[in-house]
Design a protein around this ligand. Structure first.
Ligand code: NAD
Ligand code: UPG
Length: 331
């Protein structure tokens, strides 16, 4: 019996794959390596290179490895790209997820965890966002994920598929054991981009907009350490295995930091004064997204261990150094 991790060669999925191996599970990763890396997959896991939309491949993988659980990370994730390439985002995030779900329900998979996003909420407003908040995504990325959530809800109402929907806020940092981290070929995430600037891999950081209706005019996000996020997945998996049929949780800390604050922390921790250039707003950026994560804390007893922006930044910087050392950073 094994657990299938789609997108397990990617940033978050590889951390989950390591955590599952660490606790003695048999892990199969399905990844097309479009943005993922072979080196991120734990050596104890089986890597199947292929597409989640390939129903025959997914079915044969489920059968060959007696898969009962799927953790579904595979997706396109760059919000601004989704605005320029909506067809690609709906295809990869929604249509191919449908194929994966069909293969799952017709092959007797019992449980599935889906990577959703704070982007389903759209403009977050000034309060903490609970799971019950209105879903008004403002980008094709957010809509492609919300459509997939709805699809999963409908499928699970008709078929015996217990599931968890985890809506991540802004994920950052790296494996505390130093085995994996964010290795994107074309990084767009703020902390990763700033870490690349510290490492001298980019000349400056662009700051997208300082005219938002926030205290310093820059966007506010809730940055969550990838190790805490993985712990939330393990708790959700255990909850499903213990009999829960549907779980929906925000994954964030409930504390927001502005872009300026994040860049200041990166400069302070790294002691590198990389240049910051103020640009126009980036399309698709809500002013503020901060989680109300009381539900996952109460129901799964999720207790973050790394909820400190300096710790997150330090972890991202260390991974950037590791990448440089191993010369794994992409051209
Ligand atoms: N990074 C964040 O801050 C964040 C926030 C909210 C939600 N998420 C969600 O978390 C998940 C993982 O994101 P990530 O940051 O690790 O991104 P990532 O790009 O590092 O990982 C995605 C992985 O999926 C693979 N993949 C993509 N399409 C595939 C397909 N059709 N078939 C097989 N493999 C495919 C890629 O090769 C890659 O390894 C995504 O679903 C994303 O929407 C991420
Ligand atoms: O070089 C950069 C990169 C980002 N930002 C700003 O930093 C903030 C955070 O941006 P980013 O790190 O790209 O994350 P988001 O766009 O908030 O989106 C991330 O977080 C979402 C959940 O909130 C996920 O769903 C997405 O996959 C993930 O990309 C935004 O205000 C950006 O405009 C900059 O100013 N300069």
């Amino acid at each position: 019996m094994a657990i299938l991790v789609t997108g397990g060669a990617g940033y978050i999925g590889s951390h989950m794959a390591h955590a599952l191996v660490d606790r003695g599970e048999s892990v199969v990763v399905l990844d097309d390596l479009s943005t993922g890396h072979r080196h991120a997959v734990p050596s104890a896991a089986t890597l199947v290179v292929g597409d989640i939309g390939d129903i025959a491949l997914v079915r044969s993988t489920i059968k060959a490895h007696d898969i009962r659980d799927i953790v579904h990370f595979a997706a396109r994730i760059v919000v601004v790209d989704s605005i320029a390439q909506p067809l690609d985002y709906y295809m990869n995030n929604t249509v191919r997820s449908r194929a994966l779900f069909e293969a799952a329900v017709t092959s007797g998979v019992e449980r599935l965890i889906f990577s959703s996003t704070a982007a389903v909420y759209g403009e977050g407003g000034t309060d903490l966002i609970p799971e019950t908040a209105d879903k008004r995504p403002i980008t094709p990325y957010g809509r492609s994920k919300l459509a997939t959530e709805w699809m999963l809800t409908d499928i699970a109402a008709a078929h015996p598929l217990s599931h968890a929907v985890l809506r991540y806020f802004n994920v950052a940092g790296a494996d505390p054991a130093g085995r994996c981290g964010q290795s994107s070929r074309r990084a767009t995430h703020l902390i990763k981009v700033a870490a690349e600037a510290v490492a001298g891999r980019r000349p400056h950081v662009d700051l997208y907009g300082e005219d938002y209706d926030t205290p310093d005019g820059t966007c506010i996000r809730d940055y969550v350490h990838v190790a805490d996020l993985v712990a939330a997945h393990l708790a959700a998996l255990d909850g499903l295995r213990a009999g829960a049929t549907r779980l929906v949780y925000n994954c964030g800390y409930g504390r927001g930091f502005s872009v300026r604050e994040v860049l200041n922390v990166v400069r302070r921790v790294s002691k590198v004064q990389f240049p910051v250039i103020v640009r126009e707003r980036r399309p698709g950026d809500p002013a503020r997204l901060v989680a109300d994560s009381s539900r996952i804390q109460a129901e799964l007893n999720w207790r973050p261990r790394f909820d400190d922006l300096e710790v997150i930044v330090r972890s991202a910087l260390e991974w950037e150094e590791t990448l440089a050392r191993r010369q794994l950073q992409p051209a």
